[in-house]
Each structure stands twice: as structure tokens, then as C-alpha cells.
Design a protein around this ligand. Structure first.
Ligand SMILES: [Cu+2]
Length: 381
């Protein structure tokens, strides 16, 4: 496979780093057949007239600043994604993971574009990192979602441009090869892209639908090894848990299923905030494992369950399904003040493993929708 010359790293260091990943076996996607990547110059489109815009990415649960509708001319949206290997705490018991992240957060930041736009991603593997990484955009077309064109070692960067041809919400994730694919994904290395139709979202009747805010939720299953006493093990550096983590992963039983990187990341003092009458678009991404979001005390007014904005949304759902390896979107207009819990309605995962967020909603209570007719009290038969 052709790779461009790499001035930053000499061949021996690249080989050393690659060798450190060898010997892990060839399960997973298996050995890929050799495929020539066509020379870019032959068919490179002339995009010189298109406006270039830099998108400043923000950490979840927020979305970068964006317009919901766009003009006729597509743009080139430039984003920089820094790969950061970092120690993160997963719960209030101090359980640690050396997370592999895009942008320093789990999930990585949401990227927003419109159908027909080009996304030009500069993927930088920080020199302080220890591993090879890349990026597979489910929203893109070709070369393993860009994965084949973006392998970067510590200290390297690659630039990938892809055209947003499918409107919807999509997962992106690291996929460096073989067991490294699930290993990186379940250490946090995934995020989401939202590609809006140029004229914005439509409700089930085909009418324009505008949201007031976005909550971006990435659900993450972690597989933290335990010591002989059953306590979660701690490690000195990223990758050190490799053999033990792969053993836990093989059993398919996560130790943690959390939203936005940690149990409690959006509960209590960290709760999400909204007002009655506000329309909130919830984006739920799960790069590895199925989930079933539910808003306790509300509904999914409009649900693009499989994530495609070309499809008519489902309406008024109680619980919806997120296929592992996909993102979905749900829009809800809050009707009542109070605390809502947004959960994975596998309630074991919500309550015991961490997949719960809170939304605190301000506004006027509506007695017609609900009222406490009598307080709890003892009764006689
Ligand atoms: Cu990676």
C-alpha cells in the first residue's frame, strides 16, 4: 500500500513502533488484502472556490457553534483532532483508565456539517502518546472510512478530506488494526459527526424542525481488569493493561457503561439544563455495543433511531434503540419542570454500571399533565 513520505519520523523508529504492535494475533478484521490507493492528482476535484471554515470543536455534551440550515454552496470545514492518551477516572470510587481519546474527551468532540460539505480533518497523534492511531468516519465513503489513509504514529499528523454525502448522525472511531480496533474503541476512542440536510431537519410531516439546543451523549463500555481481591487494577501508562484488558473484553461483560466518560458526568451538580418549551436534540452515540435510550418523565417526540436524516423520524417513542457502531438522534420539547433522567433502559447498566444523565428543567408545572392528588399516606383495608 502506498504511503506518502514521512519526514517527521525515520524509518527505524516507525518500524520499532509498528513492531511493538505485532504479535498480537490476527483476529478481528484479519489481514487485509493489499489494495492500491489511487493517486490523488488523477481525479482531485477543484475545490479552490469553496469557502473554508474552521470549526472549533468543544467537549461533550455540547455541540460546536453551527447553523441549522445552510446556503446552496458547500463549504470545506476544517477541524483539528488531537489524539490524547490520558488517565481518566471513571466513577466516584476512583477507578482509573488510561483512556485513548480524540480531543481529550470521551467521546471525542461532535463535528457538525451540512450535506455536500467537505470535512477536512487534521489528525494529530501527540508526541507524548505511545501508540499508533487512525480514524474511521462512518459518515464518509472509501478507504475503510478514511482509516486506511490516516495511520499516524506519535508525533505524526495526517490530513483527510471527505465529502458529507449522507445526512444524519454517525460514529467515528479509531481502528488501527486487529485487536487494537476493539481495544482502542473500548478505551474511549470514538465520537460522532452530525451531517444536517442543507435545509435543516424535518419532522414526520416533512415540516422544517428547529431545535433550541443539542445534548451530545457518547455511551462508553469499559472493561477494567481486577486484581485477585476483586479490586480494579491501576496502571502506570497507556497500553500497560493490554493483555489483562483483552481477557476481560473477550468475556463481553463491561465493568462500566457510562455516558460522556464517567459515571456521574451529567448527574447531580453536573446535570444538563433546559427550560419548558425548549426543543432539545439528543445525539446518542455508541461505537461498540447496543443501547436503548429512554427519557424518564418524557418521550422521544421525533426519533431518527438509525441516525439517517433522509428517513422520516419515528414519533412519540418511549424507548429507542441504538445499534452498536451507530449514533441516533432524538428531539424532545420539555413540557414540565423538574428532574428528568436520561438513561440506557437496560436499568442494570443505567443504575449499577453508570449509564445515567440528569436534565434539570425550569418552568411552570402543568397540573393538567400531572398532579399529585394525594400525598403518600397509610391506608386501611
Ligand atoms: Cu487509537
Amino acid at each position: 500500500m502506498h504511503r506518502p513520505a514521512l519526514p517527521a519520523l525515520n524509518a527505524s523508529r516507525r518500524n520499532l513502533l509498528r513492531a511493538s504492535l505485532a504479535g498480537l494475533g490476527s483476529i478481528g478484521l484479519g489481514t487485509l488484502p493489499p489494495v492500491a490507493i489511487p493517486a490523488a492528482a488523477a481525479a482531485a476535484p477543484d475545490l479552490s472556490k469553496l469557502q473554508r471554515v474552521k470549526q472549533t470543536l468543544v467537549a461533550p455534551p455540547f455541540a460546536p457553534e453551527h447553523e441549522q440550515t445552510a446556503g446552496a454552496e458547500p463549504k470545506i470545514i476544517e477541524v483539528t483532532l488531537d489524539i490524547v492518551e490520558k488517565k481518566m477516572v471513571l466513577d466516584d470510587e476512583g477507578t482509573e483508565v488510561w483512556a485513548l481519546t480524540f480531543g481529550g474527551s470521551v467521546p471525542g468532540p461532535l463535528i457538525v456539517a451540512h450535506e455536500g460539505d467537505y470535512i477536512e480533518v487534521t489528525l494529530r497523534n501527540l508526541p507524548t502518546n505511545t501508540m499508533e492511531h487512525n480514524i474511521d468516519f462512518h459518515s464518509s465513503t472509501g478507504a475503510l472510512g478514511g482509516g486506511a489513509l490516516t495511520h499516524v504514529l506519535p508525533g505524526e499528523q495526517a490530513v483527510l478530506r471527505w465529502k458529507a454525502t449522507k445526512p444524519g448522525v454517525f460514529v467515528y472511531h479509531c481502528a488501527p488494526g486487529d485487536v487494537m480496533i476493539p481495544y482502542h474503541v473500548v478505551h474511549g476512542m470514538n465520537g460522532a459527526v452530525m451531517v444536517l440536510p442543507r435545509d435543516g431537519l424535518k419532522d414526520a410531516a416533512g415540516q422544517p424542525y428547529r431545535y433550541d439546543k443539542v445534548f451530545y451523549i457518547g455511551e462508553q463500555d469499559f472493561y477494567i481488569p481486577r486484581d485477585e481481591q476483586g479490586n480494579f487494577k491501576k496502571y502506570e501508562m497507556a497500553g500497560e493493561n493490554m493483555a489483562e484488558a483483552l481477557e476481560v473484553m473477550r468475556k463481553l461483560i463491561p465493568s462500566h457503561v457510562v455516558f460522556n466518560g464517567a459515571k456521574g458526568s451529567m448527574t447531580g451538580d453536573n446535570a444538563l439544563k433546559a427550560k419548558t418549551g425548549e426543543k432539545v436534540l439528543f445525539i446518542h452515540a455508541q461505537a461498540n455495543r447496543d443501547s436503548r435510550p429512554h427519557l424518564i418523565g418524557g418521550h422521544g417526540d421525533l426519533v431518527w433511531e438509525a441516525g439517517s436524516f433522509n428517513d422520516k423520524p419515528d414519533t412519540n417513542l418511549e424507548t429507542w434503540f441504538i445499534r452498536g457502531g451507530s449514533a441516533g438522534a432524538m428531539a424532545y420539547e420539555f413540557q414540565q419542570p423538574g428532574v428528568y433522567a436520561y438513561v440506557n433502559h437496560n436499568l442494570i447498566e443505567a443504575v449499577m454500571l453508570g449509564a445515567t444523565a440528569h436534565v434539570v428543567v425550569e418552568g411552570e408545572w402543568n397540573d393538567d399533565l400531572m398532579m399529585q392528588v394525594a400525598k403518600p399516606e397509610a391506608f386501611t383495608m
